[in-house]
Design a protein around this ligand. Structure first.
Ligand SMILES: Nc1ncnc2c1ncn2[C@@H]1O[C@H](COP(=O)(O)OP(=O)(O)O)[C@@H](O)[C@H]1O
Ligand SMILES: [Mg+2]
Length: 323
């Protein structure tokens, strides 16, 4: 069988803080095949960014991986030295963060920023070569290449966000990790951005990890979806199937929050309650205090993530025959 581009096994991440330990990620396992796109969805505070950042050793203090393994094409990411990871970042794996305003340096032109990015990984590159390659990437992103000589404040939010993606793509990575890439965009720009991401994924032949609180958006490009709640995987499966036939009540709740053309806007409800305190997570299933289908066992015992028909994985006692 083909080696996965990324494999994560039983990953747990803590943030030890003064009042206790934030159990931000718990026992998360997944693998990503070459060319595949995987979306991580869940409400804010569910551990999605922590998971994404940990893959490139970018956890913010006091975050630490307390258990688990991760491999990039079979190479142990946790055993790599900082220097090796720095090389990987950019050359092989690109990461695009939430806010393009804080990630693009306002003092430098777009051309400067592409040049600096390229130079870090290809020290001998000339300014002319860099500008030519950057111009090509801008065109792939449907941005006029004359814009290279402008500064971040001269560009719209949508353009800045596309340039962030461009800075990720210029080194021709094989994996792009995008964390809430459309959060700062308005709805119309967002729709265009999703089409663009889908096109780039094909043209650059990259694998994609897309992190978002918006299940509807992720379902548009991801082949597979992993639903996270309270630091844990609740449901994983084929994107279309999950959207059409969710098995976990939390996924059902998220789908209820996704606007649908056929749906009366008035009926669009947000899920009652809020994500758990990860310093003192609820006993049993972490979703049990909010679950409309809660049973006795749910508050007593944590449901394991079980594999069902067509490879769908669900952590819910409703779907566990052992129950
Ligand atoms: N630097 C940090 N220090 C302490 N706790 C943190 C830090 N970063 C994130 N957390 C906590 O970890 C949990 C998961 O956060 P995060 O990964 O940002 O979730 P998401 O991206 O799904 O919104 C939250 O409870 C959050 O408060
Ligand atoms: Mg986040």
């Amino acid at each position: 069988m083909e080696q996965p581009i990324l494999e994560v096994k039983n990953l747990s991440i803590d943030y030890p803080i003064s009042i206790g330990t934030v159990e931000a990620v718990r026992d998360v396992s997944f693998s990503l095949k070459e060319g595949e796109s995987l979306g991580f969805v869940g409400e804010s505070g569910c551990g999605k960014s922590t998971l994404g950042l940990s893959l490139l050793q970018l956890l913010r203090p006091p975050g630490q991986i307390v258990a688990g393994e991760m491999y990039y094409y079979g190479k142990d990411l946790l055993k790599m030295k900082a220097e090796e990871v720095r090389k990987l970042r950019g050359n092989n794996i690109a990461m695009v963060f939430q806010n393009p305003l804080t990630s693009l340096d306002p003092l430098y032109s777009i051309e400067d920023q592409f040049f600096e990015t390229l130079k870090e990984h290809e020290p001998k590159i000339t300014r002319e070569e860099a500008a030519e390659r950057a111009g090509k990437v801008l065109e792939d992103l449907s941005i006029d290449k004359d814009r290279l000589y402008e500064y971040p404040h001269q560009l719209s939010g949508g353009m800045r966000q596309r340039i962030m993606i461009g800075l990720g793509l210029i080194l021709d990575p094989d994996l792009l990790i995008a964390d809430e890439p459309t959060t700062s965009l308005d709805v119309i720009v967002e729709a265009g951005f999703i089409d663009l991401l889908a096109r780039l994924k094909k043209e650059y032949n990259i694998s994609l990890i897309l992190i978002s609180h918006n299940l509807g958006l992720v379902a548009e490009i991801a082949d597979r979806i992993a639903v996270m709640y309270g630091g844990k995987l609740m449901e994983v499966g084929n994107a279309e199937d999950i959207f059409a036939r969710p098995m976990h009540p939390y996924t059902e709740g998220l789908i209820g929050c996704v606007p649908n053309i056929k749906m009366d806007q008035e009926k669009l409800v947000s899920m009652p309650g809020s994500p758990p305190d990860l310093v003192n997570p609820p006993s049993g299933c972490r979703f049990s205090p909010r679950c409309p289908k809660v049973m006795d066992i749910c508050t007593e015992k944590e449901p394991p993530l079980k594999t069902h028909k067509d490879g769908r994985q669900v952590a819910c006692w409703l779907h566990d025959e052992a129950n």
